[in-house]
Design a binder for this molecule. Structure first.
Ligand code: ITT
Length: 189
């Protein structure tokens, strides 16, 4: 039985990732490990993820884990909140973003996720992106964070109106995690 840690304090993220792991790598035990994730300030998710991964490896003395950094990038706001999504969600929240987007015609936005996977002394990065638009009002009760206001391209529902399975098929996280899983299948074959 292989064991791997997902360092996160976000239960919503963990549930989504577990769902994909269970379907694709049923023999792997995935454990939620809420260690402190010291984050540097940077405009690049890759840099933030790499720094956090190195910090955790050093501090926790573990070498079989991954972390994931994600953000919502809104075109009309020049990419805001991007890497600051977690802080912006906790402060102005979904309503604050809707207020900033009031009467804004260009509603294009994307979510991006970067996974840093630490394994036997090396760190591997996997990314995923989903393009869509910011809804006019919050809709739906599933998911977490900005899900109630994000409508992925090709759909009319927000992520919060989808099941975990439906969101995972389209989402930034789903795409990045499937890349990680393909890699795990290769190195563990
Ligand atoms: P950990 O760092 O502990 O994993 P976090 O919530 O702080 O949890 P991030 O630093 O990656 O995670 O912050 C990303 C924020 O962006 C997150 O708090 C949400 O508000 C938002 N976000 C990221 N992915 C999202 C998704 O799939 N759906 C909705 N909002 C999302």
């Amino acid at each position: 039985m292989k064991r791997i840690f997902f360092i996160t304090s976000n239960v919503g993220k963990f549930k989504e990732v577990v769902d994909i792991f269970k379907k694709n790598l049923p023999d792997v035990i995935l454990e939620m490990y809420p260690a402190e994730k010291l984050e540097i300030q940077s405009s690049e998710l890759e840099k933030i993820a790499l720094f956090s991964a190195r910090y955790i490896r050093e501090k926790e003395k573990i070498d079989n884990f991954f972390i994931e950094d994600a953000g919502l990038f809104i075109n009309a706001l020049k990419g805001f909140p991007g890497p600051y999504s977690s802080y912006v969600y906790k402060t102005i929240g979904v309503d604050g973003i809707l207020r900033l987007m009031k009467n804004v015609k260009d509603r294009r936005a994307f979510f991006r996720a970067v996974i840093a996977f630490c394994w036997k002394g090396d760190i591997y990065l996997f990314t995923g992106v989903v393009h869509g638009r910011i809804a006019e009002e919050a809709r739906g009760t599933q998911g977490f964070g900005f899900d109630p206001i994000f409508i992925p391209n090709g759909d009319n529902r927000t992520f919060a109106e989808m099941t975990i399975e439906e969101k995972n098929k389209l989402s930034h996280r789903g795409k990045a995690i499937r890349k990680l899983i393909n890699f795990l299948k290769l190195i563990w074959a």
